[in-house]
Design a protein around this ligand. Structure first.
Ligand code: SF4
Length: 234
């Protein structure tokens, strides 16, 4: 799919539902489509919708080795609820071993450079492996999640990874997401109910206070416009 075709699809599907966008992506890319799941609420909605359309759709998880137990629990529940055969990508053992040996287990708190190094080893390299055979990937990103995602389109060319990126929930609000969860009884991470709207690795995620930005709990020691780990450029 070239950039002109992406532009046409973006216009054609701009007012369509996430299910219609997913149906298009699944039929267009088939086995070359991969759904990225962080096991957060948006990705749980996407996983439920996609498995209803095609039970054998490919869903992958990046297990950074630093996730919360609650996240592993929701992985288990979703495997059972929708018979999802997740592809799980783990960081390269030798890279993690060197990082821990050279800088210790908590280097990410010391500088943005160190934090990006850890995300590079535990997330970015595994993501590259996960996407190496894909022609398109699906995310649960939404425009209202952060200042860096305000202009997020439903479909775009992902320059960094060299493939099409589909964001079916781009225009959904947080309320839309939770209404869908309730209606369809979608399993969700219990940390969401404890003040974690956005859940990443355990040492880099905290609960937020009322009125705080939804991404304020991710890498809370950094400023809002720096809070991306390289998985997404926006
Ligand atoms: S979120 Fe934190 S622990 Fe997870 S990969 Fe990034 S720096 Fe490392």
């Amino acid at each position: 799919m070239n950039k002109e075709q992406i532009k046409q699809i973006k216009n054609e599907y701009k007012d369509k539902s996430p299910q219609e966008i997913l149906k298009f992506a699944i039929s267009e890319f088939g086995d070359h489509l991969k759904i990225a799941s962080s096991l957060g609420v948006e990705d749980q909605v996407i996983t439920q919708m996609a498995t209803q359309i095609n039970a054998s759709v490919k869903v992958f998880v990046l297990d950074t080795g630093r996730l919360h137990q609650e996240t592993y629990d929701v992985l288990d529940q979703t495997r059972q609820a929708y018979s999802v055969n997740y592809e799980v990508y783990f960081p390269k053992a030798e890279s993690v071993e060197s990082l821990l040996q050279e800088k210790g287990p908590n280097s990410f708190y010391q500088s943005i450079e160190n934090r990006k190094e850890c995300c590079g080893i535990r997330k970015i390299e595994p993501l590259k492996r996960a996407l190496s055979t894909a022609k398109a990937w699906v995310t649960g990103l939404r425009q209202s999640q952060s200042v860096t995602r305000a202009a997020l389109p439903i479909i775009e060319w992902d320059e960094a990874h060299g493939l099409v990126k589909v964001n079916p929930l781009a225009t959904w609000s947080e309320e839309d997401v939770w209404a869908y969860v309730k209606e369809h009884n979608v399993p969700t991470n219990r940390l969401h109910k404890q003040g974690f709207p956005s859940i990443g690795c355990s040492p880099c995620t905290r609960a937020i206070k009322e009125g705080e930005d939804v991404r304020a709990g991710r890498w809370w020691w950094e400023s809002l416009d720096q809070k991306e780990c390289g998985l997404h450029s926006k």
